[in-house]
Design a protein around this ligand. Sequence first.
Ligand code: B1M
Length: 213
Amino acid sequence: MSIMDDLRQSVIDGNMDSARELVQQALADKVPPEQILKEGLIAAMAEVGRRFECAEFYVPEMLVSARAMKSGLSLLRPYLVAAKVQAVGKVVIGTVQGDLHDIGKNLVGMMLEGAGFEVVDLGVDISAEKYVAAVQEFQPDLIACSALITTTMPRMEEVIRSLKEAGLRGRVKVIIGGAPVTERYAVEIGADGYAPDAASAASLAKGLIHKKS
Ligand code: B1M
């Protein structure tokens, strides 16, 4: 097995220590950082997403894999920056105003990172004004909003309305998700997409980025 095979397997197994060691070893062996990212970390998370979608993996397995990926990525990031490796796109993510649930949102963020996106995580209880300010500051390609309570879902519509009012709606795609959210709701409020889980959020985001370019 090659070092990339071992790295992919470590991430899939959720073995944080081994993922870090293998990234370190690959760097020492002069494997280009972009190759470590694409053939190691991103490929592993694509497989994790596939297993989740066909119910071979559940949330706990996905969480440990995502943590292993993050741990390898934190070591690799300075080398990616030095090598000027471009992210697939930039996503601003947050849980909407009045809502403090962040476990699902964090998982979505990690899967997006695993898919090669640069992720700006605003945290929880994020008002429409904060999303607008973040679009102005970070110039993302996408905004991902999470809501876990039926009473906080309408805050997603406010985000879209505020982006329109600020003249920013054409510049950024908005994707939404969270346990009470539905595809129908996404259509109703004029979002660009809905994802029922973290793995499909990453596929949705990649699809929207390709449509843009
Ligand atoms: Co809260 N809570 N909670 N809670 N909580 C729920 C959501 C609830 C369904 C429980 C219940 O009553 N059965 C209920 C909402 C009812 C409703 O509105 N329909 C509820 C309530 C009522 C409340 C409080 C109001 C309780 C109270 O104080 N009376 C309160 C609200 C606080 C607030 O937010 N203002 C509250 C508080 C809390 C805790 C703080 C104790 C804790 C949150 C801890 C934290 O997040 N740091 C908590 C928890 C843990 C839950 C449950 C048990 C689990 C949520 C979770 O983390 N799931 C939840 C019941 C449940 O869902 N079974 C519940 C695991 C996570 C991986 O899944 O978040 O669904 P999930 O994310 C998935 C997908 O939804 C999707 O991908 C993720 C991964 O696949 N997804 C996205 C999520 N965001 C996405 C964004 C995207 C795409 C996909 O963007 C594109």
